[in-house]
Design a protein around this ligand. Structure first.
Ligand code: G
Ligand code: G
Ligand code: MN
Ligand code: NA
Length: 254
């Protein structure tokens, strides 16, 4: 069977799982959120990376169903943590460009929030610059709808896409996620340090929160703290974790 057909089967048979990568407030050191990252656990092949199957889901249109499953699963898991009286966190979900333009992501969010009881303020949608740059007026309408619902919105992989910065002014956005490519070579690459510092300063001037991705070393974290970056995620704190392991981490903080 080709990958697309196998992916449909995996969705139907419950072989997809969400992993959760902690997001940490730099000033307090507290766990404040998690990015949900989908994994395909194939009974024979083991873990199949989203880097391999998300592009197939996008080109085949399966992303509609898959994306809907991710949103619903994240809301249900988030509400289970709330029901267990664990500290409140934000759950960030990746929305791919095709999913953003071809499916009703706001309607899907509204339904998933209503069905689960998870509060909109705890759900964040991560969009790429590419998704926002394509049909910008339509994108703005979707973002406005998400804002009306009370969701948070983040620009993922910030700094790597083709887009004009003016959209930051026109769109309701809450968070900029500095792409891990700008973090990787800190403190050895002066250009990357200048770019990261500029993103933090610009984000703050526009009233946005800034989160750094792919933080792997204490030096990188120290640099980000010095520049006033709000939050980070990366292997320094934790890899993406299956829900039971993430639960244990949240319990330590309760
Ligand atoms: O660990 P990582 O291998 O999880 O993810 C690889 C890529 O797959 C990243 O670009 C990430 O944004 C994307 N990805 C992971 N989970 C999802 C998801 O649920 N939906 C979408 N659209 N992309 C995802
Ligand atoms: O495209 P997006 O930013 O959603 O993808 C996040 C990707 O980055 C996932 O594949 C995730 O597993 C990976 N990731 C998370 N933390 C780190 C890190 O500290 N280092 C590296 N190299 N990758 C990371
Ligand atoms: Mn992401
Ligand atoms: Na990213």
């Amino acid at each position: 069977l080709e990958l697309e057909a196998r992916l449909r089967v995996a969705l139907a048979q419950g072989h997809l799982q969400l992993y959760y990568q902690p997001q940490v407030d730099i000033a307090t050191g507290r766990l404040v959120g998690a990015e949900a990252l989908v994994r395909w656990i194939d009974p024979e092949e083991g873990v199949i990376s989203p880097g391999r199957f998300i592009p197939v889901a996008e080109s085949s249109g399966v992303i509609g169903q898959l994306g809907q499953w991710v949103i619903r699963e994240a809301c249900q898991q988030g509400q289970r943590w709330r029901d267990a009286d664990l500290p409140e966190i934000t759950l960030a979900v990746n929305i791919s460009p095709r999913q953003f333009h071809l499916t009703d992501v706001a309607g899907c969010a509204a339904q998933a929030l209503a069905d689960s009881g998870f509060p909109p303020r705890c759900l964040e949608f991560e969009l790429t610059e590419t998704a926002l740059a394509e049909r910008p007026e339509e994108a703005r309408q979707v973002l406005l709808r998400l804002q009306q619902l009370g969701l948070r919105t983040a620009v993922d992989d910030f700094g790597t896409g083709y887009s004009s910065l003016s959209y930051l002014k026109r769109y309701p956005i809450d968070v900029l996620k500095i792409d891990q490519g700008f973090i990787r070579d800190i403190p050895h690459n002066a250009d990357d340090m200048a770019i990261s510092a500029a993103i933090i300063a610009m984000g703050h001037s526009l009233g946005l929160q800034v989160l750094a991705e792919g933080v792997e070393t204490a030096e990188q974290l120290a640099f980000l703290r010095e520049r006033g970056c709000d939050a980070y995620q990366g292997y320094l704190y934790s890899r993406p974790l299956p829900a039971p392991e993430f639960t244990a981490l949240l319990q330590q903080q309760a």
